[in-house]
Design a protein around this ligand. Structure first.
Ligand SMILES: Nc1ncnc2c1ncn2[C@@H]1O[C@H](COP(=O)(O)OP(=O)(O)OP(=O)(O)O)[C@@H](O)[C@H]1O
Ligand SMILES: [Mg+2]
Length: 244
């Protein structure tokens, strides 16, 4: 069952009145509960593609179909590279924003927000403001906010890019455990090939000018994966040879 089908998606931006192709004939599917990673040179259109999928930009050719498990669920949620929390709201307030358009009671909102805040390990900080959080904690709050929308598909644009490598590995493992406990498909954009291969079922390798898919690498390894294992090392070598 596909959570997402992308067919013949092309996109051009106009620069000084000249149309410049940014994405060219992108085709792929994401099956339900699959993790797909996307890697590729800066400027090859990864963020643009996520913006099209989440519906922030409708100016493209081709088709993007998001399937949903239940009418009550959000189709697509997004975690941006910078956490984009509202500074005047607490963690709880930021997460509860996910229920703005729902008909939940105040009490139900609070309960639900609590659930997702606990899920990302921030229970003690639910009353904290973003300025009182570390970078990793703020990113976890942003992930809680996205998960609280109960999306069938979660898009993540370099969510751990600004974090040190230890925290990054910890959040990768947290993401996998959240993913195991929730029915969600994930597309994660990253510059870190090791991160892509550690997390994903498939790694889409893109190339620029215009952005297109060069190759899709299947990572048919069970989880938890050995970060230092020979299989991941071989895949990394292959992946880097395409990218360079
Ligand atoms: N609003 C815009 N108007 C015009 N061109 C744009 C706009 N947004 C992005 N672009 C162009 O589209 C191309 C793809 O940008 P995009 O941000 O999708 O790349 P990316 O793969 O996410 O790069 P990075 O890895 O650096 O985040 C770039 O060449 C960029 O200049
Ligand atoms: Mg980007």
């Amino acid at each position: 069952m596909n959570a997402l089908s992308i067919e013949h998606v092309s996109k051009a931006y106009s620069l000084d009145g000249v149309a410049r192709p940014v994405l060219k004939d992108i085709n792929f599917t994401v099956r339900r509960n699959e993790i797909v990673a996307m890697v590729g040179a800066s400027g090859c259109g990864k963020s643009t593609l996520l913006r099209l999928i989440v519906g922030l930009d409708n100016d493209f050719r081709g088709s993007i179909v998001c399937d949903t498990q239940a009418a009550s669920r959000t189709k697509v949620g997004m975690v941006f590279q910078d956490h984009r929390l509202f500074p005047w709201l607490t963690v709880e307030g930021n997460v509860a924003l996910a229920f703005d358009n729902s008909d939940l009671t105040a009490r139900q909102r609070q309960e639900k927000a609590k659930h997702y805040i606990e899920l990302v390990g921030l229970a003690e900080f639910s009353k904290a403001y973003p300025r009182q959080l570390s970078g990793g904690m703020a990113q976890r709050a942003a992930i809680a906010r996205a998960l609280a929308q109960e999306p069938d598909t979660l898009l993540m644009d370099e969510p751990f890019g600004a974090l040190d490598s230890i925290l990054r590995m910890r959040l990768q493992d947290e993401l996998l455990s959240i993913w195991e406990r929730n029915q969600v498909s994930i597309i994660i954009v990253t510059h870190d090939v090791e991160e892509a291969l550690y997390l994903a079922d498939h790694v889409i390798v893109m190339e620029p000018n215009p952005g297109r898919i060069r190759e899709t690498i299947d990572v048919a390894l069970p989880r938890p994966r050995d970060r230092n294992g020979v299989l991941l090392a071989n895949l990394k070598k292959h992946c880097l040879s395409i990218l360079m």
